[in-house]
Design a protein around this ligand. Structure first.
Ligand code: FDA
Length: 304
């Protein structure tokens, strides 16, 4: 009951514009520095280097979502281009993840597409790969439309499918030629569009992973759930699926030991590394999905 209430409060906070704006001014606080790799690309690259040294690949995410005007969206586009260039110049092993609402999706799909095309041209030139994160349900179809447009010109772009949505099985089938990151889903969605029961989400998650793997498609399994990971391991063994066809992904600062264990066992493991000043919404969603993560916040209150 308590965790349901705290979950709703964190989700509310994640979308609250005033709190997000204030948090930008505070700088990284409340323990967020344990799960956000600093506010600049330089600080993030340093973390990526440390991850690479122990065999972990990464995907950088310049934090930010729901921009209010085109100037902010253009600025965010430039930051993402700069991140791709910094990855290439720094010679680190990192891809890029982006959120379309940061690139102006709410201000017009064509405008957002143009911004994405600029990012993709840089990604193509620097031989990198970009994953479009999936946001809340109201942006799902628009995100897939932008992806499909981009895929006409670029092979080095993929997206995320959320197992809690009823539509996801059809989406995975339609995207069988696209590298996908599969996740459980991080937003609060309505009964009409999404499974609410954790068991059903887990079951669908595993089914989607199997479906995409059996299609022969590249699959990123993004979860901290050791039970799901164990099931995936035995599924790929039983079906002789090459370890080059999939990777595990986890968020920066979560289950570090498990990340390293998977590397030691010879699996590809990628860490999602968020950075930037716009950290509040991301951090609140992490607290919402696992209220035990509040320990980060409590530790943060007592440490400098
Ligand atoms: P879940 O939170 O369901 O936990 C399952 C079990 O795993 C727990 O009961 C516990 O036993 C164990 N566990 C989990 N976390 C633990 C921890 N920190 N320590 C110890 N045990 C732990 N979402 C989205 O909507 N759009 C997106 O684009 C993305 N992108 C994304 C990228 C990456 C790399 C990841 C890892 C996740 C996302 N997500 C996402 C978030 C995703 O949808 C989901 O909300 C979170 O990963 C939480 O779900 P899990 O599958 O990790 O397990």
């Amino acid at each position: 009951m308590l965790s349901k209430v705290s979950r709703s409060l964190f989700m509310y906070a994640s979308k609250n514009k005033t709190m997000n704006k204030a948090a930008k001014r505070w700088g990284l606080q409340l323990g967020a520095s344990q799960v956000v790799a600093g506010s600049t690309i330089e600080s993030a690259l340093q973390k990526v280097r440390e991850l690479n040294e122990v065999g972990l690949a990464s995907t950088l995410d310049h934090l930010g979502e729901f921009v209010r005007n085109k100037v902010e969206a253009v600025e965010a586009t430039k930051c993402n281009i700069k991140a791709l260039e910094a990855i290439a110049e720094g010679g680190v092993q990192s891809q890029l993840s982006v959120k379309l609402t940061q690139l102006g999706l709410d201000l017009g799909a064509d405008f957002c597409l143009q911004n994405m095309q600029l990012i993709m041209e840089t990604a193509k030139r620097t031989r990198n790969f970009v994953t479009i994160d999936m946001e809340d349900y109201s942006h799902c179809q628009m995100t897939l439309d932008v992806l499909n447009e981009l895929r006409k010109d670029f092979e080095n772009v993929g997206t995320v499918i959320q197992a809690y949505l009823y539509r996801s099985q059809q989406d995975v089938m339609a995207l069988k030629d696209v590298p996908l990151r599969l996740v459980k889903g991080a937003y609060k969605e309505a009964v009409g569009v999404a499974f609410q029961d954790k068991k059903e989400v887990d079951e669908n998650f595993l089914n989607l992973i199997k479906l995409h793997l059996l299609n022969g498609s590249y699959t990123a399994i993004a979860t901290h759930d050791h039970q799901i990971i164990a099931k995936v391991k035995s599924f790929v063994e039983n079906h002789n699926i090459s370890r080059n066809q999939f990777e595990f992904q986890m968020l920066y600062g979560f289950r570090n030991e498990l990340q390293l264990q998977l590397v030691e066992q010879g699996y590809n493991m990628r860490v999602y590394v968020p950075f930037g000043e716009d950290w509040f919404g991301y951090y609140m969603r992490r607290l919402a999905e696992r209220p035990q993560n509040i320990s980060f916040a409590i530790r943060g209150l007592f440490s400098k």
